[in-house]
Design a protein around this ligand. Structure first.
Ligand SMILES: [Zn+2]
Length: 251
């Protein structure tokens, strides 16, 4: 299997996982940098992630434009991916989603979304909040061009994830499995924090040392990481698409 075919297959798995885990619904998308052409990335045409198959994957440049003639509709917000890939050479996978549990933390200013559970450590110690209105005034809140997307990428900076006020989040990672895992645990961490806050009293966040200790123990190609990818792919009904680690997959 070529690098490109393997990347597309893993991208299909990622789409199905994010749908099954309710990170995305009809909206939201995941992309991966082209394995052989770093100035391009792969993403589905405008389609609900649960329904994506290999024929739906398109190749875009870092301005968010298709590299081949394309008559099908593309995601309006594909620029988010283009701008993050352009700004972050080490990033190979990006997710944008509207997961409901993350939304309050982009709206309320009293409580910051930070890691409170061990698997939440992947989101990083700080999660910046990007407000499209700061620079672009009254908009639909959707990111519809490169100027808006670049401003979001600038707010993301070197972080793993940025919340988008009243809209959702954008996440970036060095591999597809990492961005999927981060996107799955981000809403769970948000939910735990929300519930803990309702119990009253001070909330105890993970310390910087705890975040670092947990992340130090992580390897994108370990058996434990593969276990999660395999588990999620099975739940999403696409275990038949799995390639073993080292067999060309990103698992
Ligand atoms: Zn969106």
């Amino acid at each position: 299997m070529s690098n490109l075919d393997a990347a597309i297959q893993d991208l299909i798995i990622a789409n199905r996982i994010l749908a099954r885990e309710e990170v995305v619904d009809a909206y939201g998308h995941v992309s991966v940098r082209h394995p052989d052409k770093p100035n391009r990335f792969l993403i589905a045409r405008s389609l609900a992630p649960e329904l994506v198959s290999p024929d739906d994957i398109v190749e875009l440049d870092l301005d968010g434009q298709p590299v081949r003639e394309e008559h099908r509709s593309l995601y309006l917000e594909r620029f988010i991916h283009a701008a993050i890939f352009a700004a972050r050479p080490e990033v190979t996978a990006v997710v944008h989603a509207h997961a409901e549990d993350t939304l309050p933390f982009g709206i309320a200013q009293g409580t910051k979304l930070r890691p409170v559970i061990h698997l939440g450590s992947f989101i990083g110690a700080e999660v910046p909040v990007w407000d499209i209105a700061d620079k672009f005034g009254d908009t639909s809140l959707l990111v519809t061009d490169m100027a808006q997307a670049s401003d979001l990428a600038q707010c993301l900076g070197g972080h793993r994830v940025a919340l988008m006020r009243g809209h959702g989040f954008a996440a970036a990672a060095p591999s597809l499995i990492e961005v999927v895992r981060l996107s799955v645990y981000l809403p769970r961490n948000a939910r735990a924090l929300m519930r803990a806050s309702q119990l009253g009293g001070a909330v105890k966040y993970l310390s910087q040392g705890e975040i670092e200790a947990h992340n130090r123990g992580y390897s994108p190609h370990s058996a434990a990481t593969w276990r999660a990818w395999e588990y999620w792919a099975n739940r999403a009904g696409c275990a038949h698409l799995l390639t073993r680690p080292g067999g060309g997959g990103t698992g």
